[in-house]
Design a protein around this ligand. Sequence first.
Ligand code: SAM
Ligand code: SF4
Length: 457
Amino acid sequence: MTDHGAQTAAGIRSVLETFSHTPKAHVQSFGCQLNFCDGEKYKGILQDLGYELTDTPEEADVILFNACAVRAHAESRVIGRLGALKPIYEKNPRLVVGLCGCMAEEDEVRALLRKSYPFVKLILGAGAMEKLPESLLKVYQGEKRHETLKFAGLPDESLPTVRESGFQASVPVMYGCNNFCTYCIVPYVRGRERSRRPEAIEQEVRSLIGQGYKEILLLGQNVNSYGRGLDEEINFPALLRRLDAIEGDYFIRFMSSHPKDATPELIDTMLQSKHIEHHLHLPVQCGSDRVLREMNRHYTLEKYLETVDYARSQSPDFGFSSDLIVGFPTETDADFEGTMQIIERVKYDNLYTFIYSPRSGTKAAEMPFVSTQAQIAARMERLLKRQREISEAFNGRFLGKQVRFLAEKHDPETGLMLGKTREGLVLEAKGTPEHIGRLLDVRVIGVKNWALTGEML
Ligand code: SAM
Ligand code: SF4
């Protein structure tokens, strides 16, 4: 910690000493995995400053909402929940309410908070995590609202983390995005791509495996461009090989892979590894080349399918999942038929589907809609229905086979454990609470549209 950091922490601790109770902090994250991962760091920082973490906002002295800007609907929900904090603030005027993450970077959001939510006193943009102590102290010193935005560096490697799980850990490998897909707000709110040093990532993963973590989820907006801009010559497959060489019993998963940068080297690395999942989350977004061009995605369906076919030629069971946007402004019925065709062709195990949401400042937000919201909703319904049938049929490829899975949850009523296989598929099997957090071998004895059923070996 720098001298300035130590002074700031001391300043906060002297404020907390004036409290007549144990100071408590509540952090709530919304949105993608990367946001949840940032949330674990906010918790670590607050705990280090002397706050006890609480799940109950009513008893907190600091409440941080760490929120996502990707879709408008999720944002409105966060605004609603911020509004619900007003009565808590009125009972405890020393309460510091803060909004952080991508959502805090949006001018319109901050204007709304200034106008209608004066009790939100701390605003911290995505990537400004380490500025939390400084901002908090400013508020305690009487500043009406402290805003820290557009902090584009890499977070300090020594930031403490409070992990939600004792066996699954998220590890960011890079921050930001350079791709400017025309519908997406991420490059505006998370800044340009920057990669963490491979030694720092390796050290973190090694330490997690040493502590007994069984699943390492590597995160980045486009992990396939990992390494650009680093002094050391390294790409994502090389990073994966370096991590896979760590001794231990664990899975490595990662997301997201941009199809324009997915290579046979990536697939070969996955298939030749000991620990990396045999499953790729490869967001196609849409099944029309024209719409993909308008989305600025820089690949064609032909190029996308080359990656899928290469993986399946090397391993027929290789699984894919995808993000799909329905109702991009210029999407017609014919474009949507392309989306229906791509799900038939690829046979995804899982789809994350989104109705297009216009985000101010992005290019697509200026494009007029060619379809009505009713047409878009009907397309979505059709897509979901067909996908359920496809995944159920395709999951059948595992019937009778032996698979490895990480048991994540146990339901005492049914006695069933729920977890994910190395191929990225959800699996349930009879087990006990002691199995949670362990990698187990099972035989697949049944298939549902959303999961496999297994029996322990
Ligand atoms: N970087 C990742 C990639 O390119 O695959 C995705 C990150 S983004 C946070 C997650 C998903 O949200 C995207 O893949 C896209 O499907 C969806 N998304 C992004 N902007 C959206 C928008 N304006 N409306 C609806 N869905 C959107
Ligand atoms: Fe958004 Fe595209 Fe970047 Fe993904 S690659 S974060 S969709 S701009």
